[in-house]
Design a protein around this ligand. Sequence first.
Ligand SMILES: *Cc1c(COP(=O)(O)O)cnc(C)c1O
Length: 389
Amino acid sequence: MQFIDLGAQQKRIRERLENNIRAVLDHGQYVMGPEIQLLEEKLAEYIEASFALSCASGTDALLLALMAYNVGPGDAIFTTPFTFVSTGEVIGLLGATPVFVDIDPQTFNIDSSKLEQAIAAVNSENSNLHPLPRTSDIGPLRPRGVIAVDLFGLPADYQRLEATVKNSGLFIIEDAAQSFGAEFQGKKACALADIGCTSFFPAKPLGCYGDGGMCFTDDKELYDIMKSLRIHGKGTDKYDNVRTGINGRMDTLQAAILLSKFEIFAEEVELRQTVADRYRKLLMSLETITLPQVPVGVKSVWAQYSILARDENHRSQLQAKLKAADIPTAVYYPKPLHLQTAYISLDYKEGEFAISEDCSRRIFSLPMHPYLKEKDQTKIAEIIAKNDK
Ligand SMILES: *Cc1c(COP(=O)(O)O)cnc(C)c1O
């Protein structure tokens, strides 16, 4: 059994893929070829965002978004420690400081009431209100923005987030790397904040065959800045550079691949929901595991189907039993960012983000993709049920 079966998907669209790749080989515009603009138009329409800007990866999408706001040293960016490393990495790369905020245990996404505390703590330099980074060399931090992560494909609560930052002038960036295709109160993920950033890494809900990413926004000014930043801070032409940017373009070949995959994407989103519904039905009566919760009005795209075991030992036991039956599982994420070596200089302490820490010890993800068979899910559920004690 495979954790994510990209082969089954490729089989369905192989011919379309080959045609699209051949078209690029024929026209030879490997960098910023016509497929790039076509993809941007199609995905902007799908997301219902005014502007879409393709880029080289989800990490670059986040970086471009922060750069568009001119984020730098002294800026506090609020995000959760229970995420893929990119979310914190881009903050550090720009010399800004990640101020971590714990997650809601039900959704694994940022907890708005704790965010409110964190903003107040930074404003008043009072770490009794909320655990703050212990950095003596940067002076007082200035709250600038929030990166909300839509973990495992489930959008964060943007209604509460907006209300929380309303009077503070903070921007919100949506890390939608895992949630392309999801929805929050009738709006598509990627369109839920000032800028939405997604990834087309092969394992994401919509993936290419390499690296790729995209930024979405309704703000023309931000779009124009990101567009310039994406190509070395380009001004009126290639050799007119008006700001320091990056080489952050998406390859034409990846855009061509995404165009062929996008044709069946809506159907795949439905299939993912069917697979998730089946897991729920098969596992809901078990007592020692906690299934993912989806709040009313929200649709997950199920980038992962992640469940909580009773404790760390129980998780190891379940994973070992599944592995013995040739069923792969994965742990996202075994170590929250505040305890990673890369963030050691922030001097966060164990216990400061207790829910993230607890989840990192208990969580694991089951095989999840649109083509997962019912009989495989039944087998997975049987093994977990046998160890439901
Ligand atoms: C995958 C991922 C990213 C980074 O995307 P890449 O395309 O791999 O650079 C960022 N944030 C989250 C939450 C992710 O899962």
